[in-house]
Design a protein around this ligand. Sequence first.
Ligand SMILES: Cc1ncc(COP(=O)(O)O)c(C=O)c1O
Length: 442
Amino acid sequence: MEGHRNNVTPKASVKPVLFPVNQDIEILDTGKSVSDFIASKIVALDSEENQQPFSVANLDCVLKAHLRWTTNLPRVQPFYAVKCNNTPAVVSILSALGTGFDCASKGEIQLALSLGVTPDKIIYAHPTKPSYHIKYARSQGVDTMTFDNQEELLKVSCCHAQAKLVLRIAVDDSKSMLKLSSKFGAPLSSAGTLLERAAQLGLQVIGVSFHVGCMCTESLTFKRAIADSRRVFDLAESLGFKMSLLDIGGGFSGTEDFGNFDEFSAVINESLEEFFPPESGVRIIAEPGRYYVESAFTLVLNVIGKRVVINETEENGDKAEHSPDRTMEYYINDGVYGSLNCIINFPPCLKIQPYLHRAVGSSEPKYKSVLWGPTCDCVDKVLENYWIPELHVGDWLLLDNAGAYTSSLSSDFNGFERALIHPVVTAHTYNTFIHSHPHHRA
Ligand SMILES: Cc1ncc(COP(=O)(O)O)c(C=O)c1O
């Protein structure tokens, strides 16, 4: 990924600022926590009678995740997967920290470039690209891109003959919660044919990539995938390609729910040592998405409606009204067409366990409840059989770990606004970082 092309002015001389002023990042007052910030936002919205959903991006968590990455995986340069959460403040901070970016389209490349990311820090990591997106990438000097089939090679030879190609291989994704190999990745058996075709077309293949699937639960999957990559490297080198890049993709948990990062890191480091030792000169990158942002975001939801459904077989009247068996149905201001789209698209991904913002006594009874999203569509159901204390219209609910594949998938279906995102950093983290990295002063 060395260098840029086509008269693009490099921006590398401009040192990115860690907390850029134009991203509306709020630096919390000394001693103030993110919970304090949420509480004050709620008070402000209540006083304006505004029930728009919002989410708070705790940038301390993003910084912490990055420090853990560089400590655990010193040889692996992260290229953050923008698709996971394209909040500009997140992209800007990661850029300032020196990560690269995995972009899936012209739009994501545009976003990254607009935030000062240089083209050499972008991998266009979609194996199947529209021709005009490839041409756009070329015009911006984004040269590194993945492929996994012959048609793509033809397209690239027409649209960007100087591209640095990375062969995405299919790997075992059976231990992952969301599998990708049915859609992407060349089977190992076809790698030889693809590499020969690339050679015939005069294209450069510089590396191999894989993705073990999202929320991989088994660390040894990485070992097998890295071993497979070595085989493809050897094959490519025997065909005359100069191979210099291994991209180990994403698949890391953001909360430890699906896999312990320390254990995964140990297996990856050992496997790299075995198959791609430092003296091989191969550059190692990864495309983590969820890992960086999942735990950083808290979604703040408002109860906008309510109805009590009384079991028809029970006696009518007061008794049934207060029966613990009744079902409480609530309508909240964000749902599956908004930030909680992952309920439909990745059912096992987000533990949807919203809790009340106001204090609740431990003796308060709980009721079986349904939470509906705000739209007219009955698919827009966030939760059912959820046991929570009685909610009232106007109550606020919090949902933690809501940073991965939430806002980036949301729509304004039915005209409901997307949740507003408030990026914040605590004074402690801000001061620590500014003092230890004076060149990052905003
Ligand atoms: C090509 C590619 N890279 C990276 C990612 C990010 O994966 P994760 O969020 O599991 O880290 C994805 C997710 O779909 C992907 O398709």
